[in-house]
Design a protein around this ligand. Structure first.
Ligand code: NDP
Length: 315
């Protein structure tokens, strides 16, 4: 049993499969400033207040350390390396670590659980990683609560940006939506809802050029995309909502991928079209994208995998 990915989905699958005595190997990814650091997106957050069981909240990295320790306690092995290539058509399934050009795979597995997650697209500006969780966020559901009665910004003009902006009006005194063109990409119905909301203010033809504030965001430097005029805005918080990118590059041409980039699983299941290959968490979820839903789907993948192994490989 090999699990690829070590966010809430992968490590929950590890806890369940370890407790089912399947001795899972979790290939975690490697530390980096982007999505493939071990532990997934929660490693880039600070306070997590919506994960059930923690009435006083918990720090994202601490929560993931706990997931990992729990999986290891039941016999899961974790490997802090990157998968370079998979061959899911071979039996058993083949996995290469670090270098895709090696003639032989490093591991083979009867069952594989894919939990490679997704990353929020970011602006790529200096100090971005450091400011996440310190005024900069990619999740209104998670962090909106921290900005009660304050003026904040949302970057983007799609459905995600407007959904986040509308949600954030429950907390913030004013939500500036920074749109790089003079029109929105969002659906008409979301546009109507956002335009009807008094707390939402559109800032057209505007891109963020710099995050202001060292250890905590205090505002942004901006540029008008038509006139090139530079400006600044004081903001207590900024939400980046310019889309997500699921981590599916390893599976292109092997598994079915939706036009929006997410892996396809069978309805109400984590089974993929390949026998013994399961997918869970944000790499399949283009809708909920929460740690708790990822963890739930990791549990589903573990149970699906256990039952599949029992049916096909008992004894
Ligand atoms: P989209 O790709 O639809 O929109 C991305 C937005 O971000 C666009 O307005 C784009 O501008 C802007 N953008 C991209 N890069 C930058 C940048 N570097 N700086 C500033 N702005 C930038 O992504 P979404 O996540 O909004 O939506 C993805 C899909 O999910 C869509 O199909 C959407 O309909 C769906 N969805 C539906 C929801 C609902 O129905 N309630 C909620 C959320 C998502 P530009 O237009 O200029 O390219």
């Amino acid at each position: 049993m090999i699990i690829v990915g070590s966010g809430p989905a992968g490590l929950t699958a590890a806890i369940y499969t370890a407790r089912a005595r399947l001795a899972p190997l979790v290939i975690e990814g490697e530390p980096s400033s982007t999505s493939d650091q071990p532990g997934g997106q929660l490693m880039l957050t600070t306070d997590v207040e919506n994960y059930p069981g923690f009435p006083d909240g918990v720090m994202g990295p601490e929560l993931m350390d706990n997931f990992r320790a729990q999986a290891q306690r039941f016999g899961a092995t974790t490997l802090t390396r990157k998968v370079a290539k998979v061959d899911l058509s071979a039996t058993p399934r083949q996995i290469w670590i670090d270098d895709a050009t090696k003639p032989e795979p490093d591991f083979t597995a009867t069952a594989v659980i894919i939990a490679t997650g997704a990353q929020s697209l970011m602006l790529g500006l200096p100090n971005e990683t450091e400011l996440i969780g310190h005024g900069l966020s990619t999740c209104a559901t998670c962090d909106g609560f921290f900005f009660r009665d304050q003026e904040i910004g949302v970057v983007g003009g799609g459905d995600s940006a407007l959904e986040e902006a509308i949600f954030l009006t429950r907390f913030a005194s004013k939500v500036n939506v920074l749109v790089r063109r003079d029109e929105l990409r969002a659906s008409k119905i979301m546009q109507d809802r956002a335009r009807a909301n008094d707390k939402i203010h559109f800032v057209w033809n505007t891109v963020v050029t710099e995050y202001l504030g060292d250890s905590k965001l205090s505002g942004v430097a901006t540029k008008d995309t038509v006139t090139n005029t530079a400006g600044t805005m004081e903001l207590a918080g900024l939400f980046i909502a310019i889309g997500h990118k699921p981590s599916t590059q390893l599976f292109v041409d092997q598994l079915e991928i939706k036009p929006n980039g997410y892996l396809v699983t069978q309805p109400d299941s984590t089974r993929t079209a390949i026998d013994g290959v399961f997918a869970c968490g944000d790499v399949v979820d283009d809708y909920y994208r929460q740690a708790i839903t990822a963890a739930g789907s990791g549990c589903m993948a573990a149970i699906d995998a256990e039952r599949w192994l029992e049916e096909h490989h008992s004894g």
